[in-house]
Design a protein around this ligand. Sequence first.
Ligand code: 5AD
Ligand code: SF4
Length: 477
Amino acid sequence: MKKENNWNLPNLKLAQMRTKDKVKVEKTFAIPENMMNIGAGRKFYLRTYGCQANERDGESIAGILEQLEFTQVQTPQEADLIIFNTCAVRKNAEDKVIGELGHLKKLKLINPDLMFALCGCMAQEEDVVDLIIKKHRHIDLIFGTHNIHRLPELLYNAMMNKERTIEVFSKEGDVIENLPVKRFGTHKAWVNIMYGCDKFCTYCIVPYTRGKERSRELEDIMQEIHVLIAEGFKEITLLGQNVNAYGKDLGLENGFADLMESVAKCDIPRIRFTTSHPYDFTKEMVDVIAKYDNIMPFMHLPVQSGDSDMLKIMGRRYSVEQYKELFDYINEKIKNCSFSTDIIVGFPNESKEQFQRTLDLVDYCKFDNAFTFIYSPREGTPAAKMEDNVPFEEKQERLQRLMAKTNVHASAKNLAWQGKVVKVLVDGMSKKNKEIYSGYTEQNKLVNFTATDVKVGDIVEVKINEAKTWTLDGEKI
Ligand code: 5AD
Ligand code: SF4
């Protein structure tokens, strides 16, 4: 049986600790001499689940692996190293990962040197790591969200000593600067502005898996952005679990508003940001977004529920009235702003009336897009201990009713663009038809359009001829 080296196992109790200690900023990443070429002649396959923070982590993981001389491939069958960069927000996504890892296990029969690694938020969960230790012995390496910079050492140990290697730090977290990065996009890039979350919404595992809210220094963010601009990137998305809290931990008063203003003054055509938390979204921030044409008029503003009592139990720190007030202020200040949201149905004991108030809020806001979920209990969170009297069938039915409503509004919102001219950042062209392109409008609407002589990364004007529920069809003018 393979030897085991549990350098550190996850611990959810430790992970929820928050102290006033100053965050350590680490700028010394370097690959040790003896590990430089451990990937030479080897191929890796990386699959990322979940949010954009994970996508951006995937780019660092790929950057490190390429420095170790691994080559990235697009199918698990070709790989010597398969990495699953996972999400822990909902149980069904976790079950899929475990199922898929089991399914791919047989590839070890064809390639006995094949290694499996699991990282991301699932690696931070005690019960997941416990399950893998006991039941999935083919997983060779587990590393957590705070351990990405340790990948060379961990991989080296797993490969050279043929030891199953597990290292997951359950701590508040540091800020690690200058990790290598392999950007997966050619004209759109993610930029982390802060890590972690201190909100502890009662249903959410993220504050445990990603540690405390910690902002990057403004100079480090701007330096990354200047490099991206020099490399020709056209769109930058500022990333954080709660971007509106940017700089609070650094003692900044107007952190996110000032940061957006600094970025907006750079020569970058499109700036986006995600995710916003209504509690920390100030009027100053809205005013900055309204002031600059290169900050896109699009908000992902999760509401979670349309009932104030439910929001309180969820730990969201705002009432429905406060949400509406912010929503109205944004709508008034930012011309043609589009909105998306996240909504959870079937939270423990959600009553019919409370659910109805969520439907009413959806009618009030008429979101362009809504990500709707059935509540999923997450071990270690306060909500997971709440008794629940809502049958699962009822939750499913509520989800269906909610989706039917959000789709009606999405269609109506898209229909309003019919006949209008929009600016589209070109993402690519159809493989089948060389005259069909796709890209997103400033309001984050996906457009398929006909054009000739257009390049990926161009911003072009498109006349919308037909609106569908989720896409717009048009022609370049
Ligand atoms: N169950 C269902 N949905 C959840 N989300 C977060 N935690 C849970 C959970 N335990 C949803 C929230 C959040 C989005 C990223 O995922 O709506 O905004
Ligand atoms: Fe989770 Fe709430 Fe933090 Fe969002 S703000 S990551 S929902 S705890």
